[in-house]
Ligand binder design. Structure first.
Ligand SMILES: Cc1cc2nc3c(=O)[nH]c(=O)nc-3n(C[C@H](O)[C@H](O)[C@H](O)COP(=O)(O)O)c2cc1C
Length: 346
């Protein structure tokens, strides 16, 4: 139904516009009890102990979550809780609101089943997010993906991450330090050993000083060298990170079917979806082969189907997340993935 009717209709509109239009409509309809029940009936995944996963002290009802960037401002948690995700990662949020990059900044590549985005952390800021999270659904695990404002210089970035952590810890179940978006100038330089160590240490110091148990993870780019990945694993071990989310979008444009002129006309941004899948799996495998015991891996990048999710889990992921696949496949994607995972267990 989604692929036949809704997707062709949605794809007439600009990607960013239809995102908010469709999610506002779903959120509105989910406030009407019979419709909400109907949506749950259609898309919710039955609680099945075989799908459940205990990770980082949290009980995930299934291994599939919605990746960061879809619900940047925690506006749709109630509606998303009807769609069967075990967890939703809100953000990336920055201390102060910011408008992000000029539009258009989100592009579909249907021939590649991909997206290119250069949103630039458009978000309404911490205060707005905190207000919404006060009323968040309790049957959903919510992660807070935190970043720095564009106009915060890198040498003061620590302050932005700590500010986000301190404002959000009463309201989210886990944290993700995001230093891997290609759309905030200079942000990915924070993945280098010394700056990264400073940020992680500062956030974890806050956690310790407040006696908190919430897991803190790091989200990485797929475009890192093996040396950089080794450094990250080393920091994860010495500083006590709970896990790594692998991966964010890529700046590579290798192997695309979309004509080169079209890709060049789109310009800068992070590529996601099917074209990211193989490389993000390689990064995941690399990390899985070298991680210390207890380090959780969350596999993201190019999941569209059950076998795609299984590949990530087989490569070493403890949990998986989706974004672009959800845009192309629609909400039944989650039920299909969970069915496939159950078939494997049978
Ligand atoms: C439009 C868009 C916005 C995104 N915004 C964020 C973000 O704010 N923070 C973040 O950590 N990742 C963000 N991402 C990256 C996704 O969370 C995910 O890591 C990436 O898209 C790869 O997964 P996919 O192939 O399933 O889309 C964004 C992705 C897209 C397509």
């Amino acid at each position: 139904m989604y692929r036949l009717f809704l997707r062709p209709l949605f794809f007439i509109f600009s990607p960013e516009r239809i995102h908010y239009l469709s999610m506002d409509s779903l959120a509105f309809l989910c406030r009407i009890a019979p419709f909400r029940l109907f949506i749950r009936f259609l898309f919710s995944v039955d609680e099945n102990p075989q799908l459940a996963k205990d990770c980082m002290g949290l009980k995930f009802s299934n291994p599939v979550g919605l990746a960061a960037g879809f619900d940047k401002d925690a506006r749709y948690l109630d509606a998303l809780s009807c769609l069967g995700f075990s967890h939703v990662e809100v953000g990336t949020v920055t201390p102060r609101p910011q408008v992000g990059n000029p539009k258009p900044r989100l592009f579909r590549l249907p021939a590649d089943q991909g997206l290119i985005n250069r949103m630039g952390f458009n978000n309404q800021g911490l205060d707005a997010m905190v207000e919404r999270l006060k009323y968040r659904p309790k049957n959903l695990i919510v992660g807070g993906n935190i970043g720095k404002n564009k106009d915060t210089p890198n040498d003061q970035a620590v302050h932005d991450y700590v500010t986000c952590f301190n404002a959000l810890y009463p309201f989210v179940d886990y944290f993700v330090i995001n230093v891997s978006s290609p759309n905030t100038p200079g942000l990915r330089e924070l993945q280098e050993k010394e700056p990264l160590k400073r940020i992680i240490k500062a956030v974890l110091d806050q956690k310790k000083s407040k006696n908190l148990t919430c897991p803190v993870l790091l989200k990485i780019a797929p475009d890192l060298t093996e040396g950089q990945l080794d450094d990250i694993l080393d920091i994860a071990k010495t500083e006590g990170l709970s896990g790594i989310i692998s991966t964010n979008t890529t700046i590579s444009r290798a192997g695309l079917k979309t004509p080169r002129a079209e890709i060049e006309a789109i310009g800068n941004g992070g590529l996601s979806g099917k074209p990211l899948q193989a490389h993000s799996n390689e990064v995941l495998e690399y990390l899985a082969g070298r991680r210390h015991e207890g380090l959780i891996l969350v596999g993201v990048g190019g999941i569209f189907t059950g076998p795609d999710a299984l590949n990530k889990l087989d490569a070493g992921a403890d949990l998986v997340q989706v974004y672009t696949g959800f845009i192309y496949e629609g909400p039944s994607m989650l039920v299909n993935i969970c069915r496939c995972l159950l078939e494997r267990k049978a």
